[in-house]
Design a protein around this ligand. Structure first.
Ligand SMILES: Nc1ncnc2c1ncn2[C@@H]1O[C@H](COP(=O)(O)OP(=O)(O)O)[C@@H](O)[C@H]1O
Ligand SMILES: [Mg+2]
Length: 361
């Protein structure tokens, strides 16, 4: 059974704001499939999610649920055999799906930066750290004097806790933790609107990870960063995220602010995830496997994709897909709606108001 008391004191005592937020990215009804030899694999299915300016939105779920696919889809970086089959990606009002590949290339990195588990794949092995950062600064200010760019690069790298001597180094000479910091430095130099961090801390040891998370939190406030934090580590989410989206089998199970997620989870899958974490030492705690297996996305279960594993499954769950609907009792006119407080879940236990109060998301 899920017990909210299990999480007492687990979240850091950081004030989180509850004001209305500006939506920077609006994902609408997005579907991504991979054409495999055994058939079409539905990795992301009709998914809608908003990212607010200045927030850290955690995206969690078991391995294979579609988190990386969603992250890459936002950058339109899905490669064959994958394809975005429908949906919109509204970024500052423009649907990225309508942009040409050339326009997308400019936007990638500049407006939306993605940081992967292994930054070596994104860094140029024959370019020094200084050259990487100067190049990023020049994207915005092509006329900046080399000496000034060099100074800025040094300031930036020091702000990220790396000595300026390391500017001369090449990527392979840095530790994994330093390379992650360099990636953040590049995103800051580019003044990226959105940073998508996909399991960025997974390969770091616990202490380096904790330092990196502290740094991210500081930078978020200092630079007003907007981060989509993809992780299978619920401890990372508890420490850093303002809101959390829980994915299951290519769909969203629940979306809410981090307090509600830990103290008042509505979806049985979220409850199962939290209950399967053995203790509140969140720093080192990864999501433990729940009973049963994640769905086969080539022939996913009908209805709610979680129903074969759900302790509360009803007949309707085996037949009809539940929509993501409001499960809080904040009125539509409430100032907070459209901001952090909206609590959404896709579960037949919570669809009783359909037609009156509930709106589909
Ligand atoms: N290039 C690919 N070709 C075929 N299937 C893929 C490919 N990439 C991912 N998938 C499948 O898509 C689903 C979602 O994968 P992914 O987005 O990597 O999940 P996560 O990041 O949550 O672990 C999985 O079933 C995975 O096997
Ligand atoms: Mg992944």
């Amino acid at each position: 059974m899920f017990q909210s008391s299990q999480w007492e004191g687990a979240l850091p005592d950081v004030p989180r704001s509850f004001t209305r937020r500006e939506t920077l990215l609006s994902i609408r009804d997005l579907s991504v499939t991979y054409k495999t030899r055994s058939g079409e694999l539905s990795a992301v299915d009709t998914l809608s999610l908003d990212l607010y300016k200045g927030e850290i939105l955690g995206l969690v779920g078991e391995s294979g649920c579609g988190k990386s696919t969603l992250g890459k889809a936002i950058m339109r970086m899905i490669d064959l055999p994958g394809e975005i089959t429908k949906g919109q990606l509204l970024f500052k009002g423009t649907d990225l799906m309508t942009l040409s590949e050339k326009e997308m290339r400019e936007l990638r990195g500049q407006s939306i930066s993605m940081i992967f588990q292994d930054p070596m794949t994104s860094l140029n092995p024959v370019q020094s750290i200084e050259d990487h950062i100067i190049e990023a600064i020049r994207v915005h200010q092509p006329d900046v004097e080399p000496a000034d760019a060099s100074l800025r690069a040094a300031e930036l790298i020091e702000r990220l806790g790396i000595g300026r001597k390391r500017l001369e180094d090449y990527p392979h000479q840095l530790s994994g933790g330093m390379r992650q910091r360099v990636m953040i430095a590049l995103a800051l130099a580019l003044k990226a609107d959105i940073i998508i961090a996909d399991e960025a801390t997974t390969s770091l040891d616990v202490i380096v990870e904790a330092q990196f998370l502290d740094l991210l939190r500081e930078l978020k406030d200092e630079f007003g960063l907007t981060i989509l934090l993809i992780t299978h580590n619920i401890g990372v989410v508890a420490q850093l995220a303002d809101r959390v989206a829980v994915m299951y089998g290519g769909r969203l199970a629940e979306v809410t602010d981090v307090e509600s997620l830990f103290y008042n989870p509505k979806h049985p899958y979220t409850q199962g995830l939290l209950a399967s974490v053995p203790n509140i030492d969140l720093q080192s705690t990864h999501l433990h496997r729940m009973d049963g297996l994640p769905p086969n996305l080539i022939s996913p279960p009908a209805g709610c994709r979680f129903h074969p594993r759900c302790p509360e499954a009803m007949e309707i769950c085996t037949q009809q897909q539940p929509w993501l609907v409001r499960v809080d009792d904040i009125g539509e006119g409430d100032e907070r709606v459209g901001g952090y407080d909206k609590h959404l879940a896709a579960c037949w236990l919570h669809q009783e108001y359909e037609g009156t109060k509930v709106r589909r998301y």
